[in-house]
Design a protein around this ligand. Structure first.
Ligand SMILES: [Fe+2]
Ligand SMILES: [Fe+2]
Length: 316
């Protein structure tokens, strides 16, 4: 049997499972989906957000809260830090989702009649719209002037995201994993540690449930489309990915710089905490599954491995 034939049958097999996976995800999106206003009890007295509420304090997941700096804050200041941190994360989250939706729309625009990809892409866009509504509602209720993603990243991303999605959908889905994997890792860790505020708990549980489908779609998309890409395209993806993933992971899991100003944390303190062993470990852990996928897809050559290490996202 020729190598080409082996590759062909491998591709048919992976495309067959891609099609089955899409059918499953399409069904799940119909069977279990959430509405930002029907499924969150925004007016429940227990769900209200108060700036000094000690139920907001979390100090076992965020590396910044596992520090002497945080320990020395008063209970009220700790709660205020955590409230700003959650609001900031959720605003960054919807900035990312907005970019993701634009890329998905560009991909859907080119799909043919009967495409299963078209249908699932739209289920995901609808779900991301609900998440965006839910996140912004939380931000509005916190009353905090959170910025979300830094202006420079928003500017560049808005310029290129649709172009990347059209020209190199595989690279676009690397960007998708770069945003969704770290957010999912952070939210699952917070849920496992036990969130005391019921509103946050509800928002994160809804989000983690629907993101499991989005992550499955992005991974299967790469599994089915990377083998089809040319050697040159695969080389570009393997070398650009560590750069995209390293930036996206930092955007999604580290506090934004406006939080530093709001909590009057010094720049050197911020830098020290961002480089602490806990922060470095979280950076590595949040992309563990993506790293494994890249190895399986043959996107982890020696040069790529060096770049993953340079970006601080390599490790077991
Ligand atoms: Fe989402
Ligand atoms: Fe998502």
């Amino acid at each position: 049997m020729s190598v080409a034939h082996i590759q062909d049958s491998k591709f048919t097999e992976s495309f067959g499972s891609y099609s089955k996976m899409l059918a499953r995800l399409n069904k799940l999106s119909v069977d279990k989906h959430f509405d930002a206003y029907l499924d969150v009890s925004w007016e429940d007295p227990e769900f209200q957000i108060e700036p000094g509420d000690p139920r907001l304090i979390e100090s076992s997941v965020d590396p910044f809260t596992q520090s002497e700096w945080f320990e020395n804050l008063s209970t009220e200041a700790k709660a205020q830090y955590c409230l700003y941190r959650y609001s900031s994360c959720l605003k960054t989250g919807w900035h990312f989702e907005n970019l993701l939706q634009r890329g998905l729309l560009a991909i859907a625009f080119r799909e043919k009649n009967g495409s299963e990809t078209f249908r699932y892409v739209h289920h995901e866009i609808i779900e991301e719209s609900q998440h965006t509504l839910m996140f912004q509602e939380y931000v509005n209720r916190s009353g905090l002037p959170v910025r979300g993603m830094a202006w420079r990243y928003r500017f560049v991303a808005e310029l290129i995201i649709e172009r990347v999605a059209k020209a190199n959908p595989v690279l676009f889905f690397v960007f998708v994993l770069g945003g969704e994997e770290p957010a999912d890792h952070l939210q699952k860790s917070l849920l496992k540690a036990g969130l005391k505020h019921p509103l946050l708990e509800r928002i994160m549980r809804i989000h983690v449930t629907e993101e499991a489908r989005h992550l499955s779609f992005a991974r299967h998309y790469l599994e089915s489309h990377v083998p089809k890409a040319s050697r040159g395209q695969r080389m570009i993806v393997s070398l650009v990915a560590p750069f995209v993933l390293g930036i996206m992971a930092r955007i999604m899991i580290f506090p934004a710089s406006d939080l530093r100003k709001h909590t009057k944390m010094g720049f050197l303190e911020y830098r020290r905490l961002a480089r602490s062993p806990q922060s470095r470990a979280m950076l590595r852990d949040c992309l563990q599954r993506t790293r494994k996928l890249f190895c399986e897809l043959g996107l982890m050559g020696p040069a790529a491995e060096v770049l993953w290490k340079i970006h601080g996202i390599w490790g077991d």
